[in-house]
Write a protein that binds this ligand. Structure first.
Ligand SMILES: [Zn+2]
Length: 74
């Protein structure tokens, strides 16, 4: 394919011809993404910190979800 036709195809996909042109994520989409994110587990680093500072030192903190979780599981 020539450079010229590649450039022409690329132009065709730009601007108002793009289906998503001028649109930002709708409120509905943003809400859905927000819910999806909230359902995810906490970063593993939080658990690493719990293991290091709580489990390994026999410390229990009511404010730490992992401490509470571990106590329930044992
Ligand atoms: Zn903990």
């Amino acid at each position: 394919m020539s450079e010229e036709s590649k450039a022409r195809l690329s132009e065709m996909r730009k601007g108002e011809l793009n289906p998503n042109f001028g649109k930002s994520a709708s409120a509905e989409t943003r809400t859905r993404m927000s819910i999806a994110r909230k359902g995810k587990k906490m970063p593993s680093s939080r658990r690493s910190a719990h293991t290091r500072y709580h489990s390994n030192k026999d410390v229990f903190k009511d404010t730490c979800a992992y401490c509470v979780e571990d106590r329930q599981n044992t």
